[in-house]
Each structure stands twice: as structure tokens, then as C-alpha cells.
Design a protein around this ligand. Structure first.
Ligand SMILES: [Fe+2]
Length: 628
């Protein structure tokens, strides 16, 4: 990846997060409740190292760690390791793989490195100038201790409780309520914004599977019991190692092992689980005095405060939760209800259903629901489906919905092939005569596209016969519109779009232009060809049942926006294409069919030579004013 591209990724990941704290070479994405975020902050503080820190929301509704720009940045650090699959209670890259939507992430822009494994982050920080946190002679022991923290199920603890007692403070319990579902929704959103980016889609799928498994884990008394008991045993073991009176875990020197344990003990204290060393609790009766003294020594370090760590000596233990919670008032079920009456029969059913919408307060909703009822019942009366046919219809729609995940939207496709999309387009884009006709947007427009100067070749690495596109943007009086924003996107000579092409990573055959002072814009690309819409779903079945062609005639998509004018979304079709009269999505209009002629020695409006030969098209796009 180029340095510029890397910087763009980094900037994009920071963008949704707003202001950062601190400054310096390293960039840290972290969150307050995350154990390894705490450890990395502490290691940086111990080193006195500068870093730009971006606080991520992982408990609230925002869930920054699910933002596509951040997930994309994390994919740059994946380094061939597997992605997370399920949830083990840990946040261990080594044991569980990469979680593409997790914190922390440490970025070293100078080295163009994105580090996702917290243990590697600690090593990276240890190599910075400053106190030696990883002396050579202690490395084996340090690695053993940090691995213990890494392998323990600390990650599960904030989200659930041991069935024998919930020690978590009430605000935390409140904050994690519904958090898994909120994250899944957020990641579904991110996934649907990642159309055409298979790596991102796969990353979201992994993260969503993990989140769903984490929810099951948190709700399982058995798994949560296991996690808490494992942690209690771990603290018991720590107590044994500290029993010889050593000051720090590996002896007299404060090392990365203490950094990891400080974060772990701070994490436990924030969950009220410092009972692991204070004792006197139903879950743990025995105090662990060596750990308690160690926690006090850690708490005394200046760096703990600088790193924003809970002092592991202080408990955040919950007060017992109130025994009763206010319940929403139950609906009174026995009130008399003015209804549609009983004894509904053949000739009264439709009227009975319509009557149920009579009191719909929103007049628009009332109109829509009533009309839908009338047409649905008329349809059923006309076709008189058998029960098997009706089951088939329900199953067809169910499958259509199930196919509509991520980049795939089978329902839109169904709307397209039924002409519903074209109908809605016609209803909403009745432009005055003289203005260019609108057409459907289609599924291949993406916001993330490069900006070009007029005359650019936008084909990128795509090979094919050259096309020269020479156009003007005019108002309905024929005057040029200067500075209009023009989006172009189209398929290649095999009918394929860049975002579906696994061999290329960058945008191709798409870009954003501006019209010049004469209202002109022009560019070179490759000539597009006709292509079939996806045929492997329910819509494909429908087309096969009807013996319809799935092939769209070749076209170039154009979208033009200019202040004071209505946005034009349209496409230009290639005259002579054999599929012009059978467009499966009904997008073709005669006014949008134009001849593309193969020419040699053509010059662009600025006098520069156009690749020769090129398929040339000239077209005037006319925009309607907003006030007409
Ligand atoms: Fe298209």
C-alpha cells in the first residue's frame, strides 16, 4: 500500500471519532472499559511516550468500533491471521483470532503498521526509548505472565454474572443491557454499507457471529460461572507467586508483566471482582493478601492515574440491586373494543379488514393500508390460490428477504424486475419537457469514488475498447450549468463492475467530475457491455419461470447535481445493443439511447488527442430547475 493510501485509511478511521487527545507518532484507538486498552495506555505512560489517542464508544449506541472506516483499517493489520469465530470469553488474538471490530488498535504511521494483538502492542511500546519494560533476562517470565492474562476470560466479565452473585456496579449493568443487539445492529449497518467489498463483508460476518456468541455466553449461568471461577483461580495462582515477597511479578523490576496485571486487576476492581483478593464474599471467602498488597503498590504508581486506570485497590462493588423493578402498566384486556363484528364471510371479509384500519390516525398510513388491503384481496379473489400455492408465495418472499443481506438486496431486484422501481421513479421524476429523463439508480453506485479532472481516463487497470464520453450540462433554456457535480459509473467490456471484481482493489470506471465554464465535461474509459442481473436467487427463479431475459443493455450511469436544479439520475444506453427492447428492469427510454461511434484522430474540447480509435458519444444533459 502506498504511504498516501495508508494515511487516507488512518484519517478515515479517525474521522468518525472526532477529536483526539494527545499528540505524537503513534495513534491509539482505545476504550475505557477495555482491559487491553488499559494495559496499552499504562505501557505508554510508563514509557512517557506520546501518542494520539482516540477514545472509542463500545458500550453506547454509537459503537465506533463497528464503523467501516475503522474495520477497514483493522483489516490492514490482520497479517494473514484468522478472524475470530465465536466467543470464548477472552479477547485474545493468539487464541481466538482477529476481531475486526474491537479495541485497542495501535497504529505506527512511520512504519505503516497496524497492530491488533495487544501482546505485540506491548512489545512495540517496550522497544521505544525510555525505561526498560522488557529486560532481556526476564523475557521468558514476562511472556508467561502476559500470556496468562491474555488467555483468561476477562472479556466476558462485564456482560454477565456468576449465578452466585452479581458484583457489577449498577451503572455498568445498565450500560451493557442490550449492548450485544445494539452492536449487531450497528454492524449489520456497516455490513450493508460495504457493498462490493468482500473482505469487509467477511469481517462483519465474523464480528457479528462473535457478538451473537458473546450474547449467548453472557446469558449462560454455566459459562459465566466458569469464567468467574477461572479468574478466581488465576488470582489464587498469582498470590502464590507473590508469596516470596517479591515487589513486582518478575522480581524487583517493573515490567510488561506488571503492566498486564495492573490492567487485569484494575479491570476486575471496576467490575467489583476485587473480592478475588479482598475475600469475605459468597463467591470468594479467602483474602489473597499478597495480591492485595501488590494491588496497593500498583495503585501508588503515578502512571496509573496518567493512564486513566481504575486503582486496583479500590472496589466499585455494587450495592444489592433493588428487589423489584417498575413494570410497564399491563394493557387492560377486558375493555370492550369496537371491532369489525363477528361472523365474517366471503362477501364481508374485505370490508371487515378495511374496517380495522378505519381509525388509523395518520391519514397517509390509512390510505396506504386500505389500498393495499383492497388490492391484495382483489388479487386473491382473482387468482384463487391453493393452500400450497400460498405457502409457496410466503416461502418465496421469505427467501427473498433472507437473501437481502449485506451487499445483496434481492427485494430491490424484485421491485426492479416487477417494474415497481421504474414506476416509483416515474411518479417522482416528472420533469418539465426539455429536461433529460430520469432512470433507475441501480445497485452499483458507491459514494466512495475518486475525483477526476476533465479529460481523465477513468478505466484504471481495466482493459478494453476505448470510449470517449463528451457531454454538456445545460438548463432548459440551453444555457450551460457551470460547476455541476457529475458522477459516472459503468461496467466493463464483459459487463462487470469494479466492486464485484475480486482482482482489483481500487475503484475503476467510476468517478466524480465537474462541468467547466462552458458546462462541459469529458473523459475516456472502456466501452461497457450488456450484463445479466443476479440470477442465483428468487428473482432468477421468477425470470426463469417467465422465460424472461436477465440481460440489461449496455449503458453508462450518470448522476448530476447542481445548486438550484433537481438532481438527475439517469443512464445513457448504447444504440444497437440487442437487449435494448428487453431491459429486465425497465430503465430504457428512447431519449436515453445514443449512438457510440468508433472514430480515429478525435480531439477533446481542450484540444488534446483522444486515444485512437475510440467509441465516441456526445450528449447534452438538461437539468430541470427546482422551482419549476
Ligand atoms: Fe448498470
Amino acid at each position: 500500500m502506498s504511504e498516501r493510501k495508508f494515511q487516507e485509511r488512518l484519517d478515515a478511521a479517525r474521522a468518525p471519532l472526532g477529536a483526539a487527545q494527545g499528540h505524537g507518532g503513534l495513534v491509539l484507538f482505545h476504550a475505557a472499559p477495555s482491559l487491553w486498552s488499559k494495559a496499552v495506555r499504562l505501557a505508554l505512560a510508563e514509557k512517557g511516550a506520546a501518542a494520539t489517542a482516540h477514545e472509542m464508544q463500545i458500550l453506547g449506541r454509537r459503537f465506533d468500533a463497528g464503523h467501516p472506516a475503522y474495520v477497514r483499517l483493522r483489516l490492514d493489520g490482520i497479517d494473514g491471521r484468522p478472524m475470530v469465530d465465536g466467543f470464548s470469553g477472552r479477547a485474545s488474538v493468539r487464541h481466538d483470532g482477529i476481531d475486526p471490530a474491537a479495541v485497542p488498535a495501535l497504529v505506527d504511521p512511520a512504519a505503516e503498521r497496524v497492530i491488533l494483538d495487544p501482546l505485540r502492542m506491548l512489545d512495540h511500546i517496550a522497544a521505544l526509548p525510555g525505561p526498560d519494560l522488557s529486560p532481556q533476562r526476564l523475557r521468558t517470565e514476562i511472556a508467561r505472565e502476559t500470556a496468562l492474562v491474555d488467555a483468561a476470560p476477562f472479556e466476558a466479565l462485564p456482560y454477565g454474572a456468576h449465578p452466585g452473585g452479581d458484583t457489577r456496579p449498577e451503572p455498568l449493568r445498565e450500560a451493557v443491557r442490550g449492548v450485544h443487539d445494539a452492536r449487531i445492529r450497528k454492524m449489520m449497518e456497516g455490513r450493508s454499507l460495504s457493498i462490493g467489498h468482500p473482505r469487509l463483508i467477511a469481517a462483519y460476518d465474523a464480528a457479528i457471529r462473535k457478538e451473537a456468541a458473546a450474547k449467548v455466553f453472557a446469558q449462560s449461568a454455566e459459562l459465566m460461572r466458569g469464567a468467574v471461577e477461572e479468574v478466581l483461580t488465576l488470582i489464587e495462582g498469582l498470590d502464590t507467586r507473590l508469596a516470596d515477597g517479591r515487589q513486582w511479578i518478575t522480581g524487583e523490576a517493573f515490567t510488561l508483566a506488571d503492566v498486564a496485571w495492573a490492567a487485569a486487576l484494575g479491570h476486575l476492581a471496576s467490575l467489583g471482582l476485587d473480592i478475588a483478593w479482598t475475600g469475605g464474599h459468597a463467591l470468594n471467602g479467602a483474602p489473597r493478601n499478597h495480591v492485595a498488597a501488590y494491588a496497593t503498590r500498583l495503585a501508588a504508581r503515578e502512571t496509573m492515574r496518567a493512564a486513566g486506570l481504575e486503582r486496583p485497590g479500590t472496589s466499585a462493588r455494587a450495592k444489592p440491586a433493588a428487589a423489584t423493578l417498575p413494570m410497564p402498566a399491563a394493557r387492560r384486556l377486558h375493555e370492550p373494543l369496537a371491532g369489525h363484528g363477528r361472523d365474517v364471510r366471503d362477501d364481508t371479509l374485505t370490508a371487515a379488514v378495511l374496517a380495522t384500519f378505519r381509525d388509523t390516525p395518520n391519514p397517509r398510513a390509512k390510505k396506504v393500508l386500505s389500498a393495499f388491503t383492497r388490492h391484495l384481496h382483489a388479487f386473491l379473489e382473482e387468482v384463487e390460490p391453493t393452500e400450497e400455492e400460498w405457502e409457496f408465495a410466503i416461502e418465496f418472499l421469505t427467501r427473498t428477504g433472507q437473501l437481502s443481506v449485506g451487499g445483496r438486496q434481492e427485494f430491490i431486484l424484485l421491485s426492479d424486475v416487477m417494474g415497481a422501481t421504474a414506476r416509483v421513479d416515474l411518479i417522482n421524476h416528472r420533469f418539465p419537457s426539455g429536461a433529460t429523463e430520469n432512470s433507475v439508480l441501480g445497485p452499483f453506485f458507491v459514494e466512495d469514488r475518486p475525483v477526476f479532472d476533465n479529460g481523465a481516463d477513468i478505466s484504471g487497470p481495466i482493459k478494453g475498447e476505448k470510449m470517449f464520453f463528451n457531454a454538456k450540462v445545460l438548463d432548459t433554456d440551453g444555457k450551460p450549468i457551470v460547476g455541476a457535480r457529475i458522477d459516472i459509473w459503468h461496467a466493463d467490456g464483459d459487463g462487470g463492475y469494479d466492486i464485484l471484481n475480486p482482482e482489483i482493489d481500487e475503484a475503476a470506471m467510476r468517478g466524480l467530475f465537474r462541468s467547466d465554464p462552458a458546462g462541459r465535461f469529458w473523459f475516456t474509459s472502456v466501452l461497457p457491455a450488456s450484463y445479466p442481473i443476479p440470477e442465483d436467487g428468487t428473482v432468477g427463479d421468477l425470470l426463469r419461470i417467465a422465460a424472461r431475459s436477465p440481460v440489461r443493455p449496455g449503458h453508462v450511469h450518470v448522476r448530476i447535481e447542481a445548486p438550484g436544479f433537481r438532481r438527475l439520475t439517469t443512464m445513457l444506453f448504447l444504440e444497437g445493443d440487442p437487449y435494448l427492447d428487453a431491459d429486465p428492469v425497465f430503465g430504457v427510454k428512447q431519449s436515453l439511447v445514443e449512438s457510440f461511434e468508433k472514430k480515429t484522430g478525435v480531439r477533446a474540447p481542450d484540444g488534446r488527442a483522444v486515444p485512437s480509435p475510440a467509441w465516441c458519444v456526445a450528449y447534452d444533459f438538461v437539468l430541470a430547475r427546482k422551482d419549476r
